[in-house]
Each structure stands twice: as structure tokens, then as C-alpha cells.
Design a protein around this ligand. Structure first.
Ligand code: ZN
Length: 279
């Protein structure tokens, strides 16, 4: 089957990972801007990082037949530095027209601090002003429920934001309902050391359903990898779900969310009959 990794940090990955993804059936990836594993010292560092996202990665991916899209922002962790954040935000508008850029992300909260909230609100405003889709990072572990609740209420209070054009990522059992009941898309991240395992992910799909849900690997410089998404497809099929059902979750849902941007090229693979073939 063909599928999409809707959240992966290719800048941190080797070319072997593109080869692995191509062999496994990945036809497109989306890469939000994030923390590099260290705090950057100036806005010009971000400028170079954005150039890497919009110029270098699409070419590297294309060699393996993979479409590469990206999202621009300052991440929540570095948003603690409000002055630097504002310099970075000012760099973004001229790049939003790039044919590979889908919107503003991954914005959100890390430790739910006042400064993070200020910069989150300013980037929501940026997305609204430029009519961009939004990809949201929610905090880890004990800060997740509170952070997701702050994020959803800020988004809902801004009447310019259409919830169906926002994906709230890194949802878990206690936040999945909050995202989708408010009309947002939910993302689930298969990153076993700090987030969800393939088994837990498929449990959640079976309990909460797969409507408006995108599953990703969020692979980065940590212990992670695109194979976790493949393993989740396999676990989903192992439990008896059909290939057509797998297509809905791993291919068609990302196509539907990203397809709200005219830049996104792939279409859902409608009408594929269920088969017994293993993905
Ligand atoms: Zn990420």
C-alpha cells in the first residue's frame, strides 16, 4: 500500500531513511519546523533552517519519488525567548508562498509558560492574517492535558480560525477527544520512548475511530524512525482491518487534511476494494 508520513523531521534523518520510506510505500511527507536539539543563537540560523526545509529537503525526497512539504514557525521551546521569536516570525511571511509550504507549524506549547502562550498567540495571528493551515505541537507527558486545553481554547476564541484547517498533534488517550470534539484534526505520534507504541495507537484507533485522525512517526534526532509508522500499518492489518481501512487512515486522511491547501498534489485513493493482501 501507499502511505504518507504527515510529521517527520527529515533534516535530522539520513538519506537511508528516504530509501527505507520509498521501499515501504511512503509517497509524501510533511515536515514541520521544530527545535534542533539545541537553542539557536540568532534569527539568521532560522533563516538558513527554513531554506533547508523549503529548498534542500524537497530535492532530496524527490530522488526517491517522495513529495516533501513543510511548515514554518518558531517552536514552543525556543519561544521562551520572545525577542528572538518575534525576529523569526518576521522572516516567515515572504516564504509562505513557496509551493512546498503548507502553513504555520509546529506551533504550540512545551511547558505551558506565559512566554510560550504569547508567542503561540502571535503565530496563530500570523496564520489567520495569511490564511494558512496550522499544525500544532502539544506538550509531553504531565503537561499535555493542560497544554492541549489552553491551545484549543485560544484557537476556538479566534473566530478567524477554521478548526478543520488545524491538526492537533501528539494526541494521546486523554487528549484525542478534546481535539476532535472541538472540530480539529487529531495527530497521533508513534515514538515509543516518549509517546505512543504501535499497539497503543491501534487500540486508540479501535476505541475512538479513525475519522479526522493522522498517524505519524515525528522522527527526529532522538530515538525514533519512519519504521514505527510502517509497524503501525502492519499492526493495524494484523488485527484484521482491511487494506481499504488502512488506506483511509494512513493515506486518505492525510490527503484530506493537507488537500485543503491547493499546493498538495496527491488525492485520496477512493474506491480501492478491500483485499487480503498484507501491506
Ligand atoms: Zn515534531
Amino acid at each position: 500500500m501507499k502511505y504518507i508520513d504527515p510529521h517527520i523531521h527529515c533534516v535530522s534523518r539520513t538519506t537511508d531513511d528516504y530509501l527505507y520510506m520509498a521501499r515501504s510505500g511512503v509517497v509524501a511527507v510533511s515536515e514541520p519546523a521544530f527545535w534542533a536539539g539545541y537553542d539557536r543563537s540568532s534569527a539568521s540560523s532560522f533563516h538558513d533552517y527554513f531554506r533547508h526545509l523549503i529548498d534542500v529537503e524537497p530535492k532530496r525526497a524527490a530522488r526517491y519519488g517522495i513529495d516533501h512539504y513543510s511548515w514554518l514557525c518558531i517552536n514552543a521551546k525556543e519561544a521562551e525567548n520572545v525577542t528572538l521569536s518575534r525576529e523569526v516570525i518576521a522572516l516567515i511571511p515572504p516564504m509562505l508562498d513557496n509551493p512546498h509550504v503548507l502553513g504555520v507549524g509546529e506551533i504550540g506549547l512545551n511547558k505551558n509558560t506565559r512566554n510560550e502562550i504569547t508567542i503561540f498567540e502571535e503565530q496563530v495571528d500570523l496564520a489567520a492574517k495569511y490564511d494558512q493551515m496550522i499544525l500544532i505541537h502539544t506538550p509531553h507527558l504531565e503537561d499535555k492535558h493542560k497544554g492541549t486545553s489552553i491551545i484549543t481554547s485560544i484557537l476556538k476564541n479566534d473566530k478567524r480560525i477554521k478548526p478543520e484547517r488545524v491538526l492537533i498533534d501528539h494526541c494521546e488517550e486523554h487528549t484525542m477527544k478534546m481535539a476532535r470534539d472541538n472540530g480539529f484534526w487529531a495527530g497521533m505520534t508513534i515514538y515509543p520512548v516518549s509517546k505512543v507504541t504501535p499497539q497503543r495507537a491501534v487500540d486508540m484507533m479501535e476505541i475512538y475511530g479513525t475519522k479526522m485522525l493522522c498517524v505519524n512517526s515525528a522522527s527526529d534526532w532522538g530515538e525514533s524512525g519512519p519504521q514505527w509508522l510502517t509497524d503501525t500499518c502492519l499492526e493495524f492489518r494484523r488485527r484484521g482491518h482491511t487494506e481499504a481501512e488502512a488506506n483511509e487512515v494512513f493515506m486518505n486522511n492525510p490527503c484530506r487534511f493537507f488537500g485543503q491547501s491547493p499546493k498538495w498534489k496527491l488525492k485520496p485513493v477512493e474506491g480501492l476494494p478491500p483485499t487480503d493482501t498484507h501491506p
